[in-house]
Design a protein around this ligand. Structure first.
Ligand code: 2AM
Ligand code: CA
Ligand code: CA
Ligand code: CA
Length: 267
């Protein structure tokens, strides 16, 4: 069986090579297609990078399965064995509009347990990586454990859509949290927002709808520095169907659930 170290070494190399390809693509004309609606876009690079990972993983670890956003891997209905959960570009709108604030996200799960989590901030050339039980790193420098935080001193990442009319949550629940926090931000890449929580750059990230490839890599980063990870109800995440997500420094979960989310009935 492949060792975690072996998978980690390959994954890092592939992340860097994929990042180089993405940076090179800034000089080329993108082919942009619509997926489910006019704001849900995919480019030739999303597909090309997912294909790149599928080929590399298939060569190195032919028995492993792949769960990727663009559907070039396997049809995944369970997490038995080793499954690579991949988002080739997280933050495609940022990739198209800004050429920054997007990431490649990768998680390696063995029988449903996260073993390796990686998020590569391609524009900044910052590779975040975590190995279960061994800590989290930013460009190979160990990230320190997160310190306790409170809402009044917290910078919270949240998309404005969750405090306006939406189908997922009563906006009057999160609006007081936005008001009471020191500040709010929205970066448009769930994987990066998870990495920023792990690095202590923001104190929490809350969102109502993500797919497994958006968070499979990043949640391991947060866990390895002692952060708190759950869905918006406080339950474990669903790595097959996707879920809402609430990650934070220690202490913030309890405060947010007690003061702001006790009346929440959404998923
Ligand atoms: P993407 O760029 O890979 O599609 C934007 O706020 C974040 O939400 C990004 O991480 C984006 O990932 C993700 N996202 C976009 N559309 C989504 C959808 N329909 N369901 C879940 N996550 C989505
Ligand atoms: Ca997408
Ligand atoms: Ca994504
Ligand atoms: Ca994507």
């Amino acid at each position: 069986m492949a060792s975690v170290k072996e998978m980690d070494t390959y994954a890092k190399l592939w992340m860097k090579e994929a990042g180089t390809r993405l940076r090179a693509s800034f000089k080329t004309k993108l082919n942009i297609e619509m997926k489910t609606n006019p704001n849900d876009l995919v480019t030739n690079m999303d597909k090309g990078i997912e294909k790149f990972f599928c080929e590399k993983i298939g060569e190195a670890f032919p028995e492993h399965r792949i769960f990727g956003e663009e559907g070039m891997g396997n049809d995944i209905k369970d997490l038995k064995g080793t499954v690579w959960i991949i988002d080739p570009i997280d933050g495609t709108l940022n990739f198209i509009h800004q050429q920054r604030n997007f990431a490649i996200s990768l998680g390696v799960y063995v029988d449903g347990i996260g073993k390796i989590g990686m998020v590569y901030d391609v524009f900044s050339d910052e590779l975040y990586h975590a190995i279960k039980g061994q800590g989290a790193f930013l460009n190979d420098q160990r990230l320190p454990s997160l310190e306790e935080a409170s809402v009044s001193k917290a910078i919270i990442s949240i998309n404005a859509s969750w405090v306006t009319e939406n189908r997922r949550i009563d906006p009057s629940l999160l609006a007081p949290l936005v008001r009471d926090a020191r500040g709010t931000r929205s970066y448009g890449s769930a994987a990066l927002e998870l990495a920023f929580v792990a690095a202590g750059r923001i104190d929490a990230y809350i969102t109502m709808r993500l797919m497994p490839w958006d968070f499979a890599g990043g949640v391991l980063l947060v866990e390895e520095v002692g952060g708190e990870v759950s869905n918006i109800k406080g339950d474990k995440l669903d790595f097959l169907k996707g879920d809402s997500l609430f990650v934070s420094k220690p202490g913030l979960h309890k405060e947010v659930f007690d003061k702001y989310l006790s009346g929440n009935s959404s998923r």
